[in-house]
Design a protein around this ligand. Structure first.
Ligand code: SF4
Ligand code: SF4
Length: 460
């Protein structure tokens, strides 16, 4: 970016000249955007805590049961048999993320990502509350620890650990379900050793992330963050410094000839949780948290200048001195996003509650039945994709065709289970038009048609 590249760094934002970790003491932001972000976060945290407890038709609202390959989403259960629908949904999801990032940049990271929300809205706020402001924390770090400072540090880490334990339990509930987590908590660790160990491992992972790793997750570890450089372009909306308006910088608050609006107070840098100077241009480490916008606006109001020296806009608009508009590009991409969302909803809504396959039993020839009829033998496998026991019936409406079950006939299907039965399709010879003919079968549940299947009939 061709802005003022004042002493731009040649290393990662949280690494100092000796190659050691540069601990970030981010000032607490204050301003309109931070208030909005706080409200969004509170809603988000409420949803995060409540979701594992919410069920639709006996199914969790959201569960990603990776060990068993089952995913529950808004009451829809995806089993390994759904890999095609699931694959399509995944592709639509990935395309959605790519297009969303191309238009709106990394706004997800700063406003919706659980890592940022938990870090900035819970853990960092606890840190301010126990250890004081960023300035106090920095001062205490360089001075000799007093007993009081040490006690506060210990208290902070104990709280961080307990919170990490709670998050670990909730996180596990998204994988194995809240009922199983509850069972693990209630029982002795030895009865559910794997679950117990998983909770402990998750607790230590979350504790390390929020107590030590922090911004390193966003700037180094997260694959989405690493992809930013290929997903954004000069037209992408991002948190950006208006270098046309801000440069040349002058520390003088009273405007001098030729000076820009930036007074080089560095408040935008001090509030940055990833320790970057946004005035150096769009950088990989920027998570679009908008804290620098609030910080700079406060400075601008104080010195009587217009706000939004740092704002959300594209590099092209800043260079050309234009303001953000919903131009044809943004409109076209947003329409595409809407279409993808409709497609995704359509796929979910059209999913059937039974997954069934019907196959002619191999090696069997058509059998002659009394009074001019032929039969073929079939096996049907049906999975009930809901959590509840449901009535089930197999019918045919083809003229001259009847179904005769063999052995115990199934009239209901247990939730989340696959069952199978064998049956004969008996056809009047006068209805057989060719050697290989397809007859339609209908799956019903409680008089409601769930699916139509084809049975291939071979008359030798
Ligand atoms: S530069 Fe601004 S928006 Fe980007 S991470 Fe830092 S404070 Fe947040
Ligand atoms: S907060 Fe605003 S005025 Fe202060 S250094 Fe940053 S951009 Fe310049």
């Amino acid at each position: 970016m061709e802005s003022a590249m004042h002493n731009f760094r040649d290393r990662h934002s949280t690494v100092n000249e000796e190659g050691k970790r540069n601990w970030v003491y981010a000032y607490q932001p204050a301003g309109k955007l931070y208030d909005w972000r706080s409200w969004v976060s509170y809603l988000y945290i409420l949803l995060f805590v409540a979701t594992p407890f919410i069920k639709i038709g006996g199914m969790p609202l959201l569960q990603l049961n990776l060990p068993e390959g089952e995913f529950s989403f808004f009451g829809f259960l995806f089993t390994p048999q759904d890999f095609i629908v699931f694959g399509i949904c995944m592709l639509i999801g990935i395309l959605f993320i790519v297009i969303f990032t191309l238009i709106y940049g990394r706004v997800f990271c700063g406003w919706v990502c659980p890592q940022t929300i938990f870090m900035e809205m819970i853990f960092r706020k606890i840190e301010y509350w126990i250890e004081g402001s960023a300035q106090t924390q920095k001062k205490n770090e360089t001075a000799k620890y007093t007993t009081k400072v040490q006690a506060r540090k210990i208290l902070k880490h104990v709280l961080f650990f307990l919170l990490s334990f709670c998050i670990a339990n909730l996180f596990l509930a998204y994988i194995i379900g809240i009922d199983k987590v509850y069972l693990i908590i209630k029982s002795s660790p030895l009865e559910h050793l794997a679950g117990f160990v998983t909770i402990i491992v998750f607790t230590f992972v979350f504790y390390s992330v929020y107590a030590f790793l922090r911004e390193i997750v966003c700037t180094v570890i997260c694959p989405y963050g690493r992809l930013q450089s290929v997903l954004v372009d000069k037209n992408t909306l991002t948190v950006i410094y208006d270098f046309i308006r801000g440069e040349p910088r002058s520390k003088n608050k009273n405007r001098v000839t030729d000076s820009g609006d930036c007074i080089d107070c560095k408040m935008c840098v001090r509030v940055c949780p990833t320790n970057i100077d946004i005035r150096n241009g769009t950088q990989l480490e920027c998570i679009n948290c908008t804290a620098c916008i609030d910080a700079c606006n406060a400075v601008m109001y104080k010195i009587g200048r217009l706000p939004n020296l740092i704002k959300i806009d594209s590099e092209t608009n800043v260079k050309e001195g234009k303001h953000f508009r919903f131009d044809y590009r943004v409109k076209a991409y947003s329409t595409l996003l809407l279409i993808l969302l409709i497609l995704l909803s359509g796929f979910l809504a059209s999913r059937k509650i039974f997954d069934a396959t019907v196959l002619r039993v191999p090696g069997q020839i058509a059998q002659e039945q009394p009074v001019g009829k032929l039969s073929n033998l079939y096996r049907i496998k049906i999975t009930n994709k809901t959590n509840n026991k449901l009535p089930y019936a197999l019918l045919t409406t083809s003229p001259g065709v009847t179904i005769q079950k063999i052995g115990k006939s199934i009239d209901s299907l247990l939730g989340r289970q696959m069952q199978e039965e064998m049956f004969f399709l008996i056809v009047d010879e006068k209805n057989i038009k060719k050697r290989k003919q397809v007859f339609e079968l209908i799956l019903k549940s409680d008089k409601k048609e769930i699916d139509h299947l084809n049975a291939i009939f071979i008359s030798n």
